[in-house]
Design a protein around this ligand. Structure first.
Ligand SMILES: Nc1ncnc2c1ncn2[C@@H]1O[C@H](COP(=O)(O)OP(=O)(O)OP(=O)(O)O)[C@@H](O)[C@H]1O
Ligand SMILES: [Mg+2]
Length: 583
């Protein structure tokens, strides 16, 4: 069943509400459309007048005809000018509205809870920003202007018909409700098909993106044929649905409209039989039939826009559903943290939309300015735990306190300013090295350059053509994973977070650079709480607290010596790695 909030009519009303801020521009455009229509209608009238004159007097009355011709030329020029101007104005309004809509979507996308990105492919959001907004642009640029123009044309012709012969006009008016019903039936059948077309296009986008991003894997594992089959399948579905809409348009809509015109014409002929011929002049009948033919044109034009309108409605529905989706809620506490103290109290966690409990009854006390290591096998929940500290997800049960305040009360700004993470593969932006470190924060260039050298990036800077002003990220594969990690480290050296998380952040850095970075880390630790997630246990032996996780539970906790004495999982992991190193 159709969601009431997103019924076609409500969507159109919501789309129209974007005009509120552009009332005056819209008014000007409407006046221009009116002028364009009137001048357009006037041209054939003058032409028929001219022909009438010739037929009536069988001679060309030079002076009168010269006036008519000049008037005709002026009207033609004015009509083109008004047409041009209203198109420009509509384009201007639609471009401005679409820009506003795109910014709106971007803002919402940035505030989405992390689970949205876990559950939806990023590409579906990109499709909303690009393809769907383009479809909606058609609504403002083409559909609406054509509707207004044809509506005005229709009204003028209908009024003229009533003025000419009201009885015949009344019969012709019967067309309007019948056509409305046909349009509604057409809409009922075409909307679900257009929805399918949109979703298959989005799928196609996703697959193309997947192919481009994973081209090396696809080639390596000989998956080309499978992906081509996938694309062919979606393309074929898309083609069949498009054929369906064409059939509905051309087999249902057009013939029905033509049939109705013929019925109306027959009705008029019957009416003529009922009224003495003397009452209705033959010339009136001639003009009337002419008008009737013209009356059909705007109706066909408006209904012809139906499939475009349907596409715009489907796109708008997807956009509005996204805009209305819940955004991540943060607390209101804007104060910066005074300490990096972290406390977990009976925390349990299940990823939203899933069943499996990932963290079980976690209790940890991390004092300010301590160095904590999270170790454990793959999938034991280390990254999940750090995601909770970052405030990316809300705990399912229990409480997390940071600086003695419940994490739920902290504002997004407080969380981002005070808690930083260096990931295994930091994202590199398409920008120069300096901006990649400062990330548009107000940081002195000197400080950034200092951080670059401190984080062992000297060698990279020397190989880049314009040093640290060189654009990187153009092809992020041109940087090694280790270099990306060093950039990630430089990013946090220029900020002063109270809590710093390293999630496998030095796994790809060579031992020499890593040792230098360890020194920097111990200096950071004087100011911040540092949480290190590492598989290489040699990097964490100096941590104050080592937490060993297994299947989402804390099974051991203590410092390096204490855990070795326990002879548990940590001891096993450490001796295994130690022996392996000594082989
Ligand atoms: N976004 C997610 N949605 C659902 N389940 C998830 C999500 N992210 C991780 N998981 C699941 O949570 C469990 C713990 O994952 P997590 O990434 O925390 O492990 P980890 O200890 O960091 O592993 P690794 O050492 O490999 O990085 C895994 O079983 C994983 O499948
Ligand atoms: Mg992890």
């Amino acid at each position: 069943m159709e969601d009431q909030q997103y019924s076609s009519w409500k969507i159109i009303k919501r789309l129209l509400s974007y005009y509120k801020k552009k009332k005056y521009l819209l008014l000007i455009s409407c006046i221009l459309i009116l002028l364009a229509t009137v001048t357009e209608i006037a041209c054939p009238i003058i032409l028929s007048n001219f022909i009438n004159n010739v037929l009536k007097y069988h001679v060309l009355k030079m002076k009168k005809n010269l006036y008519l011709i000049s008037f005709f030329i002026i009207l033609q020029i004015l009509s083109s000018l008004f047409n041009y101007l209203y198109t420009i104005y509509f384009s201007k309004i639609s471009t401005e509205i679409i820009q506003e809509l795109r910014i709106n979507i971007m803002n919402i996308a940035l505030k989405q809870p992390m689970q949205v990105f876990d559950q939806k492919p990023i590409n579906s959001i990109i499709t909303k920003i690009t393809n769907d907004t383009e479809s909606v642009k058609e609504f403002y640029e083409t559909i609406l202007s054509s509707f207004l123009k044809n509506f005005i044309l229709f009204s003028i012709i209908l009024t003229s018909m009533f003025l000419l012969e009201w009885r015949m006009a009344l019969i012709s008016s019967l067309m309007i409700p019948i056509i409305s019903i046909i349009v509604m039936i057409h809409q009922y059948y075409s909307k679900p098909i257009i929805k399918k077309i949109k979703s298959s296009l989005s799928n196609l986008n996703n697959i193309i993106n997947e192919i481009i991003n994973g081209i090396t894997i696809i080639q390596q594992f000989n998956q080309e044929k499978r992906f081509i089959e996938k694309i062919n399948y979606i393309n074929n579905k898309n083609y069949l649905n498009r054929i369906k809409t064409l059939k509905i348009d051309n087999l249902l809509l057009r013939p029905l409209l033509n049939l109705i015109s013929s019925i109306v014409l027959s009705c008029i002929i019957v009416t003529l039989k009922l009224f003495p011929i003397a009452i209705i002049k033959i010339s009136i009948i001639h003009t009337f039939i002419n008008y009737l033919r013209h009356l059909n044109e705007p109706i066909i034009a408006i209904t012809g826009q139906q499939s475009l309108l349907q596409q715009a409605i489907v796109s708008a529905e997807r956009i509005f559903k996204f805009i209305d989706s819940p955004i991540k809620q943060y607390g209101n506490d804007l104060a910066l943290l005074r300490s990096g103290e972290i406390k977990f109290k009976n925390v349990c966690f299940t990823y939203p939309g899933t069943e499996k409990k990932i963290l079980h009854n976690i209790n940890i006390n991390i004092p300010d300015k301590s160095c904590v290591a999270l170790v454990g096998k793959t999938g034991s929940g280390k990254t999940t735990l750090s995601n909770l500290i970052l405030g990316h997800y809300t705990v399912t049960q229990g409480k997390i306190y940071i600086d003695k305040k419940s994490i739920n009360t902290l504002s997004n700004n407080t969380l981002r300013e005070n808690i930083s993470i260096v990931q295994q593969e930091p994202t590199i932006l398409y920008d120069n090295l300096i901006n990649n470190i400062s990330l548009n924060r107000k940081i002195e260039e000197k400080k950034v350059i200092n951080a670059l050298y401190k984080s062992q990036l000297k060698q990279l800077i020397e190989t880049l053509p314009n040093g640290y002003m060189s654009i990187i990220g153009q092809n992020s594969d041109s940087l090694s994973q280790g270099q990306k990690q060093l950039i990630g480290i430089a990013r946090i050296l220029v900020s002063n977070p109270k809590i710093l998380i390293f999630d496998e952040a030095t796994a790809s850095i060579d031992s020499e650079s890593e040792q230098k970075i360890q020194k920097i880390l111990s200096s950071i630790q004087k100011k911040s709480t540092v949480i290190i997630i590492a598989h290489r246990l040699s990097t964490i032996i100096n941590c104050n607290i080592i937490i060993v996780l297994e299947k989402g539970k804390i099974i051991e906790i203590g410092n390096h010596q204490q855990l070795l004495q326990k002879k548990g999982l940590y001891y096993k992991m450490f001796t295994y790695q130690h022996d392996y190193k000594n082989i």
